[in-house]
Design a protein around this ligand. Structure first.
Ligand code: MLT
Length: 370
């Protein structure tokens, strides 16, 4: 059921905010080349300690559009440190000990849900996964009722994915805990954009000045929207490349250049981000056939040759090989960072849970602390 205040499939177009230059915070330890484990361990702990003094000025993470360039840098710096934690044998921390994290997914997810689960467990939280097929919502309960029921379970952190744009924000107004948007309709998927940014930053050093092409089903994509906000804010230039049927009206108002032709759109870009055709959100035919779509808009080596020779290939997954991307291109170990994106997903979610938990009341459950 669409909750009051939610927008199904909406692409409302607020004016595009651009941030000033980001202050340089303490860099993560990914650049350290320690000869031994002890040194790496020491560097990791001191890096996490350095970041522990920082305060994140948000109670929830609902979207990238609420974040400043400073907020984004802070998340990415901390996530950089967590990449090192994830590569250690002992990945366990105590930061969320005693806290309860509920992952509430009204839509299927593999990567996002499992990485939030791992991140919560690595920080020591009790993590409960609730899938929609098991929830009372199937029996006709409204989103608000579900929120109130969950609130009574006194979670500290609630990670929510919902098919309706705006539903996660609405839910955040009804519960006492910190809420993280794990994707709402075609609105936002903030942790995906953050993990994309972390992947790019670790490969290229900075997002500033990069030329990024986001290609495919922009119309139905929350990933596209969050990435457009983030990349603009961090000083990258964004192109969207799609047939007119897969672009929202007035997309140019979000500060992007619009292309319908892949070869023109990929010319000289640093990053190629491919998107899946989101058929579950399509009502009607948006492309003549999958074969024709692949011919004109699928990423193959011929179209990729227009991009810079070292351009990175990205995809949030799940991929449809032979529809939006050629299988060999997707697996090209010199160009594709698609698996690295999955690894960065855990680090970014660790950083978000860490930062939001700093704003939770210290000695009581979040419930009642509104
Ligand atoms: C999403 O949840 O939006 C995914 O990460 C991207 C997709 O489903 O294509």
């Amino acid at each position: 059921m669409l909750p009051a205040g939610a927008v199904r499939g909406g692409w409302p177009l607020p004016p595009c905010r651009t941030g000033g230059p980001a202050p340089v915070l303490t860099p993560g330890i990914s650049c350290l080349q320690g000869p031994g484990f002890g040194l790496i361990q020491f560097a990791l702990m001191s890096s996490l300690r350095t970041h522990s003094a920082l305060r994140f000025p948000h109670r929830h993470l609902l979207g990238i559009k609420d974040l400043s360039a400073t907020d984004i840098d802070q998340i990415l710096d901390l996530a950089d440190s967590y990449v090192e934690l994830n590569r250690q044998v002992d990945k366990k921390q105590n930061l969320l000990r005693g806290r309860t994290q509920i992952n509430l997914f009204f839509e299927a997810s593999t990567r996002t849900q499992s990485s939030f689960e791992l991140a919560g467990k690595r920080l020591g939280a009790d993590v409960l996964n609730m899938a929609v097929s098991n929830s009372a919502l199937k029996k006709g309960e409204t989103l608000i009722d579900t929120a109130m029921t969950l609130n009574a379970l006194r979670p500290d952190l609630l990670v929510v994915r919902h098919p309706d744009s705006g539903a996660v924000e609405l839910l955040s107004q009804k519960v006492d805990c910190a809420v993280i948007n794990a994707g709402d309709g075609s609105n936002e998927h903030p942790t995906q954009a953050l993990l994309d940014a972390l992947t790019i930053r670790r490969r290229r050093g900075s997002l500033q000045g990069l030329l990024v092409a986001i290609c495919g089903d922009i119309l139905h994509s929350r990933v596209a929207r969050s990435n457009i906000y983030l990349l603009n804010r961090m000083g990258a230039r964004v192109r969207v490349v799609a047939p007119p049927t897969l672009l929202p009206a007035h997309i140019d108002r979000l500060g992007v250049e619009v292309f319908h032709d892949m070869r023109a759109g990929l010319q000289d870009v640093d990053i190629v981000m491919m998107l899946r055709l989101q058929q579950e959100r399509m009502h009607g035919a948006f492309v003549p056939s999958l074969r024709e779509y692949y011919h004109f808009h699928g990423l193959d080596y011929e179209k990729l040759s227009r991009a810079k020779p070292d351009a990175l290939i990205m995809h949030p997954g799940p991929m449809n090989r032979g529809v939006e991307i050629d299988s060999e291109v997707a697996d090209d170990i010199d160009r594709s960072v698609i698996r690295e994106q999955v690894e960065m997903g855990v680090a970014v979610r660790l950083a978000i849970l860490d930062l939001l938990s700093r704003n939770l009341p210290a000695n009581s459950s979040a419930a009642g602390a509104k």
